[in-house]
Design a protein around this ligand. Structure first.
Ligand SMILES: Nc1ncnc2c1ncn2[C@@H]1O[C@H](COP(=O)(O)OP(=O)(O)OP(=O)(O)O)[C@@H](O)[C@H]1O
Ligand SMILES: [Mg+2]
Length: 403
């Protein structure tokens, strides 16, 4: 617990307060910015929905990657480099705030990647921290086992390469993808986010009987909405917003990863596709068209989960539900709301509650999109929070100062 106690250095004037609260049952609750301001809630207009079917979206993505030149040689088919795909579109010199990494064809091979440590396992792949031997750069490598069918590899690589044309401070930088024939696997290299996923962060905080506070959660909301708005401008729908796909860098930036149709495709190719995710919006569960507002629902579920230290469906105290009942519950039952926990001194601001409520509007057509919610007063307030505050938070969670 001691590690979650804020460092004993004087606060700068105007710097956000970090304080420790004593929870019930003798537990101390480290709560970041636990004094939310209330009352600055305004009514947000509903956003007109631009409905786009799954097949339209897929064909758009395919159009987007069409001009790519793919030679007939097997190795070229399996290894589409950044230079082939995006040409001059790769970030310009005015983009210095983003990590710059040029991996060319010769660098995109397994024997140029030196394993450092294991970062995590997903349903379809294994993520590791690796060093690019030829440049010394540290990146995250995700390896996904696939079927040996070259046509599937081609499709997978094309869809994954859409990532390389995305450049936003709210999106994890994607460096390249190649096919490792020896292992029959697709290998992706992306920006290494040292703070890990928000899933890992909130579970570590929970393990230490803490709770992530509103200021950090609002920053997560701000950055995810920023990332979704960017993707929307590129006509991409994320489709898999959840805490494990929201990553934090050492300097406190919060970024989205694993977006687009590739997630589903990968899972189906890897044989792990179940067709469902409990973060899916009700319209998606019902098989209706997926829109960018569906991603907003998933953000709402994620915010509730991180705020309450547990997946919010069904609410605490209700009996365990099997997968089908759980999906039925999500589409029909009363929606969970952020609850204060007076005993532990946890009070959420009205603005934050309102933001979560707006994400969790059950009717997809009435739910606001990211470009509307980004103007929400709670999000505007979050824009005043510097990344350095998030960097301090993540350093405390992982005890970096003590190491
Ligand atoms: N770029 C990255 N930098 C640091 N850690 C990462 C990075 N990408 C993924 N991770 C870690 O690896 C874990 C596994 O990621 P992966 O995307 O394979 O699965 P997942 O998102 O956890 O779950 P699922 O497969 O169900 O979507 C993540 O939870 C995260 O902790
Ligand atoms: Mg993931």
């Amino acid at each position: 617990m001691a590690s979650l106690i804020p460092p004993k250095r004087p606060h700068k004037v105007g710097a956000p307060k970090l304080s420790l609260q004593l929870g019930g049952a003798g537990q101390s609750v480290a709560h970041y910015d636990e004094q939310p301001s209330g009352g600055d809630t305004t009514i947000m207009p509903a956003q007109p929905i631009c409905a786009q079917s799954e097949s339209e979206r897929l064909s758009e993505l395919q159009q987007a990657v069409k001009p790519r030149r793919v030679s007939a040689g097997e190795s070229d088919l399996m290894k589409l480099s950044m230079s082939q795909i995006s040409g001059g579109e790769r970030r310009g010199s005015d983009d210095a705030s983003l990590t710059s990494l040029n991996m060319d064809d010769s660098e995109m091979r397994q024997d140029n990647l030196e394993f450092i440590s294991h970062l995590g396992d997903g349903a379809s792949g294994v993520v590791s921290k690796v060093r690019i031997k030829s440049t010394g750069q540290i990146v995250a490598r995700k390896v996904i086992s696939t079927s040996p069918n070259p046509a599937i590899h081609r499709q997978l690589l094309r869809e994954l390469n859409i990532n390389q044309t995305c450049h936003s401070p709210y999106i994890v930088d994607f460096y390249g993808v190649f096919f490792d024939a020896a292992e029959a696997s697709v290998v992706m290299c992306m920006e290494y986010c040292e703070g890990g996923s928000m899933d890992a962060v909130y579970k570590e905080v929970r393990r230490r009987h803490g709770r992530i506070g509103e200021k950090v959660l609002l920053k997560v909301a701000e950055c995810v909405l920023g990332g979704l708005a960017y993707l929307h401008s590129r006509r991409i729908i994320h489709c898999d917003v959840k805490p494990s796909n929201i990553l934090v860098t050492r300097d406190g930036q919060i970024k989205l990863c694993d977006f687009g149709v590739s997630g589903e495709l990968i899972n189906s190719v890897a044989g792990t596709f179940t067709g469902t995710s409990y973060y899916m919006a009700p319209e998606r569960i019902r098989g209706q068209p997926y829109t960018i507002a569906s991603d907003v629902w998933s953000l709402g579920v994620s915010l509730l989960e991180m705020a309450s230290n547990r997946f919010p469906f069904p609410p605490e105290g209700e009996p365990f539900l099997g997968p089908i009942e759980l999906l039925t519950y999500i589409t029909n039952s009363p929606l969970p709301q952020l609850k204060d926990d007076e005993a532990r001194g946890i009070r959420w601001s009205r603005a934050f509650r309102d933001l979560v409520d707006r994400c969790l509007v059950r009717d997809g057509k009435a739910r606001a999109g990211p470009d509307v919610l980004i103007m929400h007063p709670a999000v505007k307030r979050s824009m005043q929070t510097p990344n350095s505050d998030i960097a301090r938070f993540v350093a405390r969670v992982w005890d970096w100062d003590a190491k």
